[in-house]
Design a protein around this ligand. Structure first.
Ligand code: SF4
Length: 529
């Protein structure tokens, strides 16, 4: 069987980082980890080619070569996924699909002609699909019926299928699932609330494979909450610490974790020892009422500001996720979010309007209340909420655009980044010195030219850089890289403004409801599902 693994295009989003990738001559931030894992689970006598459409289009030879096309996609990739299914069918290929979007809305991929729907987690449903193919069946839907696979049996992803040079960072996954219960979260729907982890040996074997392939840059632990199973993660980190030292620290890691990370000094120390240098934290909002309402109780147990400071001082640069548009939210939420980011000196923040993703507790509640506007939801930063909020959507959208604009103001961004790196704990290890590649020198020259000469913030740029070099010399390269990130956000904030304002105009023209009924009893909201 000749299998073409196809990864659909992402729209231009916050995460696409084009301007930064251009600087370092890379095309995409992260690889399709799901597809290289699928290739490892399927029969190894089958042949595989992988095309990430975010890097390049499929060639005529590749289309002609394939017997079967397998696609995996998240909701943001929906448009290109549906087009590629149709293209593959037009060319007479068998088509199989899987991943979060087909799992959430199988009828939508079926409607455009997908033959096999390999839903839920592949460790269970891919073998069912293979048996069906071997029985000569030309289609089918494979589901795990609530069963969760033991990920200790998941094979090493076939990283060698990737065009490695095109990626800025590699991905590996240690755990699936999260113990918390945030109402808007689809992770707990897809992977459950009991985090399942691989074994340390399994993850180290994946790193060995990447190392043998010559990978020497960043590695993103894609776990949605890396510290979901603290005991097992510490076992991993103990072994990873030794592995990194033996290999002279070839990888820098970053990941996502819940803010209770701040309460675990041992975990923080282990992560920094293993060369983690940044962590994404789901802060969502500084408004405690909204956090309680959305069942993000772990963010209300102690001071969020102090938690961010503890994590920064330990040596992990915080990246924060913020959301606006929770039920019962009071006016001025956008300003409060900006103020929080400023006070806690978080340089990079992802910020979106709340979306009800399919099958989440939020989605079910809003459906019951008759407030859903669309079925699919979208986690793009340029999409209005897909439900009728409890305060005017126009007010939320205006606050959102203004807050996004302020967060990525060149001057504010430079100052916030500077304050973060003044207190950021220094890395404990460094890879042996090697001469920087030409592309890195070129990127450095471009950043210095744009931020240190062309832009009106030039004096600030040089002052902050020299001050960091003097007072916290271990982090100056990291600092410069984060300064460079604003090249992307500066352009992106204009896209956010233009697209959101356009949608509000359309809203008004169609006379759609801008605001829903304010629920009388907040307690009732939190316990609807
Ligand atoms: S902490 Fe993160 S991964 Fe866990 S339930 Fe909440 S949003 Fe989902």
């Amino acid at each position: 069987m000749k299998v073409l693994l196809l990864y659909p295009l992402f729209p231009k989003t916050f995460w696409s980082y084009e301007k930064i990738l251009e600087l370092v001559n890379r095309k995409v931030l992260l690889p399709p980890l799901g597809l290289v894992t699928v290739a490892a689970i399927l029969p190894q006598e089958w042949e595989f080619k992988l095309v990430d459409r975010n890097i390049r289009a499929v060639t005529e030879e590749e289309w002609a070569w394939a017997d079967l096309v397998i696609l995996s996609a998240m909701i943001v990739q929906k448009k290109d996924l549906l087009e590629q299914i149709q293209e593959a069918k037009r060319r007479g290929k068998s088509v199989a699909v899987g991943g979060p979007y087909p799992t959430a809305l199988p009828e939508e991929v079926q409607a455009v002609g997908a033959d096999y729907l390999i839903l839920d987690e592949g460790e269970i449903t891919l073998p069912m699909f293979v048996e069906a193919v071997q029985r000569g069946e030309s289609g089918g839907t494979f589901r795990s019926d609530g069963n969760r696979p033991d990920v200790t049996t998941t094979p090493i992803p076939r990283f060698e299928l990737l065009e490695l040079d095109a990626y800025d960072s590699m991905s590996v996954q240690f755990s699936r699932g999260c113990p918390f219960q945030c109402e808007f979260c689809d992770i707990i729907v897809l992977y459950g609330r009991k985090p399942r982890t691989k074994t340390p040996a399994q993850l180290l074997a994946e790193l060995d494979h990447l190392y043998e392939l010559g990978w020497r840059r960043g590695v993103f632990m894609v776990d949605d909450n890396f510290i979901g199973n603290k005991r097992n993660v510490k076992l991993l980190l103990e072994e990873l610490k030794v592995w990194q030292a033996e290999h002279q620290y070839p990888f820098k890691f970053n990941t996502e974790a819940s803010v209770d990370l701040a309460q675990d000094q041992e975990m923080l120390d282990l992560m920094v020892d293993c060369n983690f240098d940044a962590v994404f934290l789901g802060i969502e909002t500084p408004d405690e009422e909204s956090l309680t309402l959305t069942k993000k109780f772990q963010n209300t147990r102690s001071s969020l500001g102090e938690a961010v400071q503890t994590i920064t001082k330990a040596g992990l640069r915080p990246i924060a996720g913020f959301i606006i548009g929770f039920d019962g939210e009071k006016s001025g939420s956008g300003d409060r979010i900006v103020r929080f980011a400023e006070q806690t000196a978080i340089p990079t923040t992802t910020f979106a309007m709340l979306q009800a993703l399919p099958n989440t507790a939020l989605w079910h509640r809003l459906n019951k209340e008759g407030r859903l506007r669309g079925k699919d939801g979208n986690i793009n930063q340029t999409t209005l909420m897909n439900f009728v909020p409890t305060r005017p959507v126009e007010e939320i959208a205006t606050e959102y655009v203004e807050a996004f604009w302020t967060l990525y103001d060149p001057e504010g961004y430079l100052d916030r980044t500077y304050r973060c790196f003044q207190i950021l704990g220094a890395p404990r290890h460094k890879a042996p010195f090697k001469f920087p590649a030409l592309v890195d020198l070129k990127a450095l020259a471009i950043v210095c030219w744009r931020q240190g000469i062309k832009r009106h913030t030039r004096w600030k740029f040089w002052h902050h850089l020299f001050s960091i070099m003097k007072n916290n010399p271990g982090v100056w390269e990291h600092y410069l890289a984060v300064c460079a990130h604003n090249e992307h956000f500066l352009e992106y904030r204009q896209i956010v403004r233009d697209e959101i304002e356009e949608q509000i105009r359309e809203f008004k023209a169609q006379q759609l409801p801008l605001q829903g009924k304010v629920p009388e009893n907040k307690e009732a909201i939190a316990t609807t599902v």
